[in-house]
Structures are given as C-alpha cells and as structure tokens.
Design a protein around this ligand. Structure first.
Ligand SMILES: *[C@@H]1O[C@H](CO)[C@@H](O)[C@H](O)[C@H]1NC(C)=O
Ligand SMILES: *[C@@H]1O[C@H](CO)[C@@H](O)[C@H](O)[C@H]1NC(C)=O
Ligand SMILES: *[C@@H]1O[C@H](CO)[C@@H](O)[C@H](O)[C@H]1NC(C)=O
Ligand SMILES: *[C@@H]1O[C@H](CO)[C@@H](O)[C@H](O)[C@H]1NC(C)=O
Ligand SMILES: *[C@@H]1O[C@H](CO)[C@@H](O)[C@H](O)[C@H]1NC(C)=O
Ligand SMILES: *[C@@H]1O[C@H](CO)[C@@H](O)[C@H](O)[C@H]1NC(C)=O
Ligand SMILES: *[C@@H]1O[C@H](CO)[C@@H](O)[C@H](O)[C@H]1NC(C)=O
Ligand SMILES: *[C@@H]1O[C@H](CO)[C@@H](O)[C@H](O)[C@H]1NC(C)=O
Ligand SMILES: *[C@@H]1O[C@H](CO)[C@@H](O)[C@H](O)[C@H]1NC(C)=O
Ligand SMILES: *[C@@H]1O[C@H](CO)[C@@H](O)[C@H](O)[C@H]1NC(C)=O
Ligand SMILES: *[C@@H]1O[C@H](CO)[C@@H](O)[C@H](O)[C@H]1NC(C)=O
Ligand SMILES: CC(=O)N[C@H]1CO[C@H](CO)[C@@H](O)[C@@H]1O
Length: 467
C-alpha cells in the first residue's frame, strides 16, 4: 500500500515536472537566434523580447505571435518578419504590398553608408556581404573598408546584375533603396526622422530583422543616456551670453537649379536641438533661401558661429568665396573676425567619403560633444578632439579613415562619445529632444544623400568651371 502511494506520488511529481518544464520551454524568454525546430504552437509568443518605439516618428511595429509587422511610415512600406521555422503569415492578414521576410536574416546587402554604422553598433558587421558600388567607395568605417574585396563585395553597377545579386542575400537595406520589384529590399529613413533621439532609435528598426530586440533597446538607452548626460553638462556650463549659431549652405549654379545660385539657412529640427542642447542659440529666419549673397549676409550678420554645410568647399577661402565675403568684410562678421567657421568634413575616407553622413547619423551623443566643443573648448572634457566639425578658419586638418585604421574586423564598435564626465548627472530629461513634427523645411536639405552628393558634385563642378 505504502509503496503504491509513494509510486503514485512519484508519477504525479514526474507528470508535474514534465508539464511545467514543457511550459517553461514553450515560454522562452529570449528571441531565437536561429530557426524554430519544434512543433508550431499558434498560441506561443515567438518574440518574447520586443522593442517599443518611443522617439522615432517614421517607423512603427506591431507584434503578432509568430510575426512582426514593421512599417516605414515615411516611405509607407510594410514588412512582415516571421520567425523562421514557423508558418508564413497569410497575405490576407497583411496590408497590400507587404514584403515578407523569414527572420533572423543571415546576410545583408547595404545600399548606403549610413546603414553601416547601425549594423556595426549592433555587432552585425560580419553579416554584410554586399555594399552598393558607390557606398563601397565612400564608406569611412575602417573595418568595412578592410573587409572589402574579401567578405564584402561591391554590387555591380549593371542593374540587371545587381538585381540578380540581391537574390543572393536575405535582406537589401538602405535609405530610399526599396523598390517594389525587389522582394527583399527595405528602405530606411533614419536621416529623415527629425530629432536627435529619433535618429538614434532607428537602431531598433535594423535590429528586428535579426531578432536583436533586447540588444537594440539596451544600445538605444545607452546612447540616449549619453546624450542626456552630455546635455545636462552643457546646460550646467552654458554661459549667460550664449553664442548664436547658424547652419548654412551655398548652392552653386547647376542644371538642377536653372543655373541660379542661392544661399540658404539649412534649418532642421535636429540641428536646433544640437545647438540648444550644446548651450547655444539657434539662428533661424522666416526666409530660408536667398537669391543674393548680400541678402544672405545681411540676415546672418549677428551670427557668432557659422557651420557651413556646403558639400564641396575644402578650404576657408572656398567658403568665403561661396558666401561672397571679401577681405573688406573681415571685421563685419563676428564669425569671420573670431575665426568661427566650421565644416562637417573633419573625418573622411581616402575618397572624401564623409563620415558625417555615416556614423554621425546614429551617434548623436558624439555629435553633441562636437557641437559642445565648438561653443566651449573645455567641453565635454579638456583636450577633446572634435570628430566631424572642423574649423576651416583656423586651418584644422581633416582626419582620414582607411582600412589601415581597422585593428580588429571582428570587434563591435561603440559610440564615439567619450565618457560623460561628472557634472552631467543623468536626470533622464530627454523630453525636449523628442520631436514629433516631421513637417519642416529641413526636408529641402534632408535629401537622399546619394542624390545630394551627386548634385553637389555636379554643382561644384559647374561652379569650378565657371570660376
Ligand atoms: C534548429 O536546427 C538547426 C539544424 O539542426 C540548428 O542549426 C539550429 O540551431 C536549431 N535551432 C534552434 C533554435 O535550436
Ligand atoms: C548586365 O548584366 C547582365 C547579366 O549578367 C548581362 O547579360 C548584360 O550583358 C550586362 N549589361 C551590360 C551593359 O554590361
Ligand atoms: C511599383 O511602384 C510604382 C510606383 O509606385 C507603380 O507604378 C508600379 O505599378 C509598381 N510595380 C509593381 C510591380 O508593384
Ligand atoms: C524573393 O523571391 C525569390 C525568388 O522568387 C524567393 O526565393 C525569395 O524567398 C523571395 N524573398 C522574399 C523576402 O520574399
Ligand atoms: C546594457 O547591457 C549591459 C550588459 O550587457 C548592462 O550592464 C547595462 O546596464 C545595460 N544598459 C542599459 C541602459 O540598459
Ligand atoms: C527653370 O526655368 C524654366 C524656364 O526658364 C522654368 O519653367 C522653371 O520653372 C524654372 N525652374 C525653377 C526651379 O526655377
Ligand atoms: C525655422 O523657421 C522656419 C521658417 O519660419 C520654420 O518653418 C521652421 O519650423 C523653423 N525651424 C525650427 C527648427 O523651428
Ligand atoms: C580676410 O579675408 C580674406 C579673404 O577674403 C582672407 O584670406 C583673410 O585671411 C581674412 N583675414 C582675416 C583676419 O580673417
Ligand atoms: C589612421 O591611421 C593613420 C596611420 O596610422 C593615422 O595617421 C590616422 O590618423 C588614422 N586615422 C584616424 C581617423 O584615426
Ligand atoms: C555611450 O554609449 C556607449 C555605448 O555605445 C558606451 O560604451 C559609452 O560608455 C557611453 N558614453 C557615455 C558618455 O556614457
Ligand atoms: C531614469 O533612468 C533610470 C535608468 O536609466 C531608470 O531606472 C528610471 O526609471 C528613469 N526615470 C525616469 C523618471 O524615467
Ligand atoms: C568592395 C569591393 O569589391 N571593392 C573593390 C574590389 O576591387 C576592385 C578592383 O579590383 C574594385 O573595383 C572594387 O570596388
């Protein structure tokens, strides 16, 4: 009797153990890094780790049990990402035109330089197998340059060949890259998302293709915390007479503008945030584009610091010439008199590929450090060397990043931001950086980077030819 009760008890416990352990397995707490091999259970949540979109306004995500519906709301494209090894969602359950991916994806073709840094921060450099031919020559990441012609191949310039190559990878990704004839291409719009924290948060958009939700949440929080710590530091050190900063560009006459030059305040929400968060005043005006340099110069006559965003103007004299500033004006403008003229070309690859368009899009914490340093040379720490913003008025040299600067092509990168020093205590006060208004004239200058570079190259060639 006794032993039969004991036996029943053992069997009961065993049943409970089997039951609970199976329940435990079914309710795994991390997203799979591979295909699911078990028996599909439609009630199981295959993505226990999720992202929450807090700041970005141009993408959304909606989780179902075994797929996630990712939307680029800027380009209005939908992507359904289902867990590999589980059933594909029915197209009838998805918005028309949704592209379907099995995740996690294993390899990627990258079509713009900006995407590289998002992937590198997530530890995914080794997943990159193709780079677009133009981004391959303009990429500034030393380790991606080092992998070119080994694990990373440049896509053909022949569009037929290129489309065939796209089918050799799981995912084709880049700004404005998606076209509806390529079933695995995805557009990103990080540089269109208006605020600094918005841009950082695009880490999550990239991560969901790799089931790296937890990692992306963590990294985004780190960069956001870096940003708010630095912002607090800048605010606490801001002088009562805050300098006035203008971001501007010259557009040379070209086929794109009826051969008519113009001068512009290159207004943008993230530029206003960077300026104010770094402790300065942001210059804006009701008229943003001027048809004569005289009108433009009149508008910016009280500006203390000028950030010149003209794509091509390698020397200080080029900048002065573009803006129509002669030596007679040397004492008229404070930014000239005090030699406060900066350009964003401080870090380039050997072909003048601009890191400003690459890592500076996601590393807004480090960009804020550069702007802080322009305003106060002791910030964020004394001896800080700016990465991108180069003072051309004092002849600061460019830094060149080449394959030789890659020390370990397997190593993951972190933000270039230096440690936020004491004094920038984190109060999580990032609310002013969140921005939900995508409606700004910034779009004029917030163009497709490749197009803009091409346009700028043509424009400057025209202007050189006309000189
Ligand atoms: C599923 O099986 C494949 C092949 O056997 C294996 O490589 C993979 O790691 C398995 N996935 C999981 C999540 O265990
Ligand atoms: C482009 O590539 C396709 C496919 O490889 C080839 O058939 C075609 O001849 C190429 N076109 C040119 C102009 O090279
Ligand atoms: C692709 O998009 C264009 C413009 O939106 C549209 O005219 C065309 O019909 C689409 N093609 C396919 C194959 O969906
Ligand atoms: C795209 O089409 C190819 C060929 O039909 C197919 O093998 C591939 O799985 C499709 N990819 C996606 C993401 O739909
Ligand atoms: C990110 O993860 C690391 C461990 O990998 C942890 O130490 C850190 O606190 C996390 N940071 C945030 C902001 O969650
Ligand atoms: C360029 O000039 C043409 C004709 O002279 C005119 O129709 C067109 O509107 C102009 N475009 C711009 C952008 O000014
Ligand atoms: C700058 O001024 C323009 C024109 O008045 C306005 O449309 C824009 O929103 C302003 N920019 C910011 C960042 O507030
Ligand atoms: C005055 O302007 C000329 C260019 O017009 C420039 O070369 C020169 O360095 C300027 N001098 C000062 C003190 O800025
Ligand atoms: C890359 O390495 C060269 C040679 O050591 C060095 O001069 C240069 O400053 C490095 N570039 C960067 C961006 O660190
Ligand atoms: C910024 O974030 C990176 C993670 O990418 C971290 O390694 C670094 O310590 C952070 N810097 C600051 C200023 O907290
Ligand atoms: C501030 O950040 C810390 C850690 O990053 C977090 O635990 C805390 O909840 C945040 N506080 C607020 C008010 O958001
Ligand atoms: C990424 C890549 O493939 N880069 C280069 C490899 O080498 C050839 C010349 O042999 C270049 O044309 C590619 O751009």
């Amino acid at each position: 009797m006794k032993s039969s009760i004991q036996n029943s008890l053992v069997i009961l416990l065993a049943v409970i153990w089997v039951f609970t352990s199976q329940t435990f397995v079914a309710a795994d707490s991390t997203n799979l890094k591979d295909c699911f091999n078990g028996t599909f259970d439609p009630n199981q949540d295959y993505f226990p780790e999720k992202i929450t979109v807090k700041n970005a306004i141009y993408f959304t995500i909606k989780y179902s049990k075994n797929y996630k519906l990712l939307t680029n709301t800027y380009t209005k494209e939908n992507f359904a990402l289902y867990q590999c090894g589980t059933p594909k969602p029915a197209t009838t359950d998805l918005p028309a035109g949704t592209k379907i991916f099995s995740v996690p994806v294993k390899n990627v073709a990258v079509l713009d330089t900006t995407s590289n840094t998002y992937l590198e921060l997530l530890g995914l450099r080794s997943y990159i197998t193709y780079e677009d031919s133009s981004s391959a020559s303009f990429v500034s990441s030393p380790c991606i340059q080092a992998l070119e012609n080994s694990t990373i191949t440049a896509l053909s310039g022949n569009s037929t060949q290129k489309t065939q190559d796209f089918q050799k990878v799981d995912l084709v990704i880049g700004a404005y890259s998606a076209d509806n004839t390529t079933n695995n291409s995805v557009s990103t719009s990080a540089a269109n998302d208006p605020g600094t924290l918005n841009r950082i948060e695009w880490l999550k958009f990239y991560a969901v293709f790799f089931n790296l939700e937890a990692k992306a949440e963590n990294l985004t929080a780190q960069l956001d915390n870096n940003y708010s710590c630095l912002k607090n530091l800048a605010t606490s050190k801001a002088s009562s007479s805050q300098p006035l900063i203008a971001w501007a560009a010259y557009e040379a006459p070209s086929q794109y503008n009826n051969n008519t030059a113009s001068w512009a305040i290159t207004d943008g929400i993230y530029k206003k945030q960077l300026t104010e968060d770094a402790g300065a005043k942001y210059f804006n005006s009701t008229t943003l584009t001027f048809s004569t340099s005289a009108d433009f110069l009149k508008a910016i006559e009280n500006v203390d610091i000028l950030i010149d965003e003209t794509y091509i103007a390698p020397t200080y004299n080029d900048v002065l010439k573009n803006y129509g500033i002669s030596s007679a004006d040397n004492s008229t403008y404070k930014f000239v008199k005090n030699k406060q003229v900066y350009r964003e070309d401080g870090l380039v690859n050997p072909n003048d590929g601009r890191d400003w368009l690459e890592s500076a899009i996601v590393m807004e914490d480090a960009v804020l450090e550069d702007v802080m340093n322009v305003i106060n040379s002791n910030l964020p720490v004394s001896g800080y060397n700016r990465i991108w913003l180069r003072n051309v008025a004092t002849n600061e040299p460019q830094k060149v990043s080449s394959a030789a600067n890659c020390t370990d092509s397997k190593a993951t990168i972190t933000s270039r931001a230096v440690t936020c020093p004491a004094g920038g205590a984190n109060n999580n006060n990032t609310s002013t950086s969140k921005n939900t208004s995508g409606n700004t004239s910034d779009k004029t200058y917030h163009f497709d980077l490749i197009t803009s570079i091409t346009a700028a190259l043509f424009a400057s060639m025209f202007s050189i030819m006309m000189i």
